[in-house]
Unconditional design. Structure first.
Lengths: 82, 226
């Protein structure tokens, strides 16, 4: 079983109002040195199969469900392979 | 013409749509469950507003996988009228029937108010009863209504006259080019964030939405047969 973490964020070219709000709050907190921030979400999937099969599954799930390519992008990493 | 109003778990404007069509327009309309697998016998389909599947993942993202969606897509591909308001618009973009996406409002606030709109294209089967560039007022109520598409797509939408409604004064959500509603290239699928079904009787404060349904009832069958 492989545990894979998929990260989904807005594309850099797309304005994220949530990240803007959080960044403003960080500045209110006094941390003007924080110049940028990305907000996203992650999904941990436990997937059966060999490495190639797992990658195929992850890509299929991410690209047809978890990510909206109009506004978002993604990356993934293997957390644990048993 | 027989019209289906799809009910997803979390839809909350289905009754408004049904009532606008049935009670105000005397149209032949039926509720259809998200579990249905066929829309045979229907000439048009309406996707209501609300929060289908709790807006989990992204608004409209889960509804795209509902049992009924292949039938909705089939009907759209046959050139029959498909209309989505609010969450219905979000579902239509997620399903790929309309380009672009709806993002969280720039203000981060849920907006609930009546806003002025310009009818940009009155030559669609949904808008023939409006005057070109007429100003109307319709209610909006959404947290994720900021229309986004890349520049190339936006240019194509404008060149093909696919922008049907634009916010006519203040932009309430950050939608690019003030877009409030668009049709597909073929013109038979309309998605819009405003709620015409909530503006069909004087008692509701406005009747500006009524002509959208009347246009559809007048043109729906005729134009699709052509």
């Amino acid at each position: 079983m492989t545990t894979v973490r998929i990260y989904v964020t807005y594309k850099q070219s797309v304005f994220d109002p949530q990240a803007e709000s959080v960044l403003n709050a960080i500045h209110q907190l006094g941390h003007e040195e924080v110049k940028g921030l990305t907000v996203g979400k992650f999904f941990d999937l436990q997937v059966e199969g060999d490495q190639a099969a797992v990658e195929n599954t992850v890509k299929e799930v991410a690209e047809s469900l978890l990510v909206n390519f109009n506004i978002e992008t993604y990356k993934f990493e293997v957390l644990e392979a048993k | 013409m027989k019209i289906a109003v799809i009910q997803f778990p979390g839809s909350n404007c289905d009754i408004d749509l049904y009532s606008a069509l049935h009670d105000v327009c005397n149209a032949d309309v039926e509720y259809v469950s998200h579990k249905a697998t066929s829309l045979d016998g229907f000439d048009a389909v309406m996707l209501p507003g609300g929060f289908s599947y709790g807006d989990y993942l992204r608004a409209g993202a889960i509804a795209r996988f509902a049992n009924v969606m292949p039938a909705v897509i089939k009907l759209a591909n046959e050139g029959k009228p498909v209309f989505g308001t609010c969450n219905g618009f979000q579902i239509l973009t997620e399903a790929g029937l309309l380009p672009g996406a709806l993002k969280k409002n720039d203000s981060q606030k849920f907006v609930c108010e009546t806003v002025p709109l310009e009818v940009v294209n009155n030559d669609t089967l949904f808008t023939t009863q409006y005057q070109a560039h007429e100003r109307i007022a319709l209610p909006i109520a959404h947290g994720e209504g900021s229309y986004y598409a890349d520049e190339k797509t936006l240019d194509e939408l404008e060149a093909n006259h696919q922008v049907v409604f634009r916010y006519a004064s203040e932009n309430p959500n950050g939608s690019l080019r003030n877009i409030a509603g668009i049709v597909n290239k073929r013109g038979n699928v309309l998605g819009m964030m405003p709620h015409p079904e909530r503006a069909v009787e004087a008692l509701l404060g406005s009747t500006d939405g009524l002509r959208l349904f009347k246009s559809l009832l007048e043109n729906g069958t005729v134009k699709t047969e052509a």
